[in-house]
Design a protein around this ligand. Structure first.
Ligand code: AMP
Length: 216
């Protein structure tokens, strides 16, 4: 199973990827999570990425492509993966195809999460994330049992630096300009399945399972 989740920030890619990667026994490779780990660890890559991330801009393609080339080349990626937040530009999509070709692999399918813009804004500005396990909550529509504490692991919940309203608007613009062209790119290659990213989590998960089942 080699699959990529495509969609704007706040579409629910991470939530679904986390659960389905566990269900399918494949890796969940989220470039945003990988970058945040580099930032937290203060690595050179993290220092370079941080200014772009704080502005809601994309980290340059060559940085991301190098990071993912290294990650996909590791032995554990051979058992399959869900890509979450990558590729985000046409250049990244082309680099991904080449990386996989060199590994003797292909991407099975791309699932696009369709969510309206007002709903994305609502979700992102109310989002709180667990620092320890990455689980996401929403202040009103999916609050934790105890404010500020993760139900799953007891970790501390925080608001991502880039989930403030001004930065969220910028990220949505960046998505429209740089990432949305990937819809046509994958549609033309017959690789795109669209699922509605609104409604109950279980319904969305079922639609993704069906999309993935079609290629199993
Ligand atoms: P995310 O957690 O997917 O919303 O990503 C958070 C931030 O990390 C984005 O706003 C970008 O600055 C950066 N980022 C994540 N994935 C990529 C990517 N594939 N290409 C460029 N920048 C990325």
């Amino acid at each position: 199973m080699r699959i990529a989740f495509l969609g704007p920030p706040g579409a629910g890619k991470g939530t679904q990827a986390r659960d389905l990667a566990q269900e399918w026994g494949v890796l969940h490779l989220a470039t945003g999570d990988m970058l945040r780990e580099e930032v937290a660890a203060g690595t050179p890559l993290g220092r370079e990425a941080k200014s772009y991330m704080d502005q809601g801009a994309l980290v340059p393609d060559d940085v991301i492509i190098r990071m993912m080339g290294e990650r996909l080349g590791r032995a554990d990626a051979g058992r399959g993966f869900i890509l979450d937040g990558f590729p985000r530009t046409i250049a990244q999509a082309e680099a991904l195809a080449k990386l996989l070709k060199d590994l003797g692999q292909t991407l099975d399918t791309v699932v696009y999460f369709d969510v309206s813009e007002p709903e994305l804004l609502r979700r992102l500005t109310g989002r709180r994330v667990c620092r320890a396990c990455g689980h996401s909550y929403h202040l009103t529509s999916n609050p934790p049992k105890r404010a500020g504490v993760c139900d799953a692991c007891g970790g501390e919940l925080y608001q991502r630096d880039d989930d403030t309203e001004a930065t969220v608007r910028r990220r949505l613009e960046v998505y429209q300009r740089q990432t949305a062209p990937l819809l046509d790119y994958y549609r033309q290659r017959n690789m795109l399945t669209t699922v509605s990213g609104e409604g109950p989590l279980a319904t969305i998960r079922g639609a993704i399972r069906a999309a993935a089942g079609a290629i199993r």
